[in-house]
Design a protein around this ligand. Sequence first.
Ligand SMILES: Cc1ncc(COP(=O)(O)O)c(C=O)c1O
Length: 474
Amino acid sequence: MDSALCFSPSSHSSISLTSLSYLQATSDAKNLRTISFRKWNTRKYMQAIGRRYTIRSECITDQAMAVDTSVSPRANSLKPSKTMVIADRATALKESGVPIIKLAAGEPDFDTPKVVFEAGINAIRKGYTRYTPNAGNLELRKAICHKLKEENGLSYNPDQILVSNGAKQSALQAVLAVCSPGDEVIVPAPYYVSYPEMARLADAKPVILHTSISDNFLPKPESLASILNEKSRLLIICSPSNPTGAVYPRELLEEIADVVRKHPRLLVMTDEIYEHIIFPPAKHTSFASLPGMWERTLTVNGFSKAFAMTGWRLGYLAGPTHFVAACGKIQSQATSGASSISQNAGLAALGMGFAGGETVSTMVKAFQERRDFLVKAFRELKGVKIAEPQGAFYLFLDVSAYYGAEVEGFGTIKHSESFCRFLLEKAQVALVPGDAFGDDNCIRISFAESLPTIKEAVERIKKALALIRPKIPF
Ligand SMILES: Cc1ncc(COP(=O)(O)O)c(C=O)c1O
């Protein structure tokens, strides 16, 4: 029995059998005479006729029992989200009875506002349980246009809005829609974990623009200018930033716009999901509102953070029609429209008033109180460098002064990962290593937890740090 093999020359290492699609073989695509099947003991010979291949019958009989567990090169090369790995590890420890305090998660500890979840429940009761248009319900897209006009000074029509299952999906689709293989995606570091991986998924190259804690983790326009070239396709701006809480001041954004303007191919994706979680005097500016930037900017936003709606999975993209249409095409073949129930809830969230009204500002005040407590507590600690976050709910601390220290009963603290492991073991506090965000000198503390819990965590951290003798005394 012969069977045809499909082979795409551009996918350099993966071949699948049309009649046995679960079977994958790896080989050098350009020199395809012998294909070694993973998990198989023997080499199977195949005859190549043009781009079709025949396979000897014993291969088919042999494989009846075997399942090839290899995955595609694309999936293989992708790093899993480290924030999720650590959050999962801490959850597992907690479930096994260890009294872990988790300050690792990127989600507010508040409940979804009542008016929002009631809208979700009503949507179910009223039977809004069917597919919506791919781009999202028109009413919601109109409300998003209204919000963008009132709060951000941006004019869009509903065709220029694409509602998705979270801002993460919006961002990924934007990267996939505009980047070609070999393009460069400029990612200021520390960065949100997913940006470099999104670039890789688009076969583009993430180019990391490093920033310094002494500059409050803000990029220097001249450093940006120095790494741009004709391959530069997308600059990603995240303000307020996860993981640093840095907020790009308007003047800096204007200087960045001056640099961007000199590069006709360069687009900008701004992730504004934390825009409402901002501490005065910091102010949020939408990059697309700057002169000449609307045409080049893809604005990503979502409901997860400000409205404590992480589980509802609702985000959106706003941008020029042709880019949004391209993103819509990707979405139409991937997930289709976001949940009809969540869209109704999102509409209610936008109805809560300017920037989420009183309910959101109460949450923001709580975040600010926690921020103030943490900043004061860590400023008192020797060996820790700090840049006061101006927004979001994270503190990004430089703890590199502790690296190289030997700790009895633990070993050497070598990097941010071992520092966090040390705190998980000795203080039972779960934080995220800065390595996940492209800065191994630092660790991220999320203050999306109640103040008493945060205070307890700080006590535990201080006690654990007292066990460390730094290599070079502070
Ligand atoms: C900067 C940033 N963008 C996007 C997301 C994802 O948001 P969503 O829940 O809407 O997918 C997160 C979540 O942590 C984030 O921190």
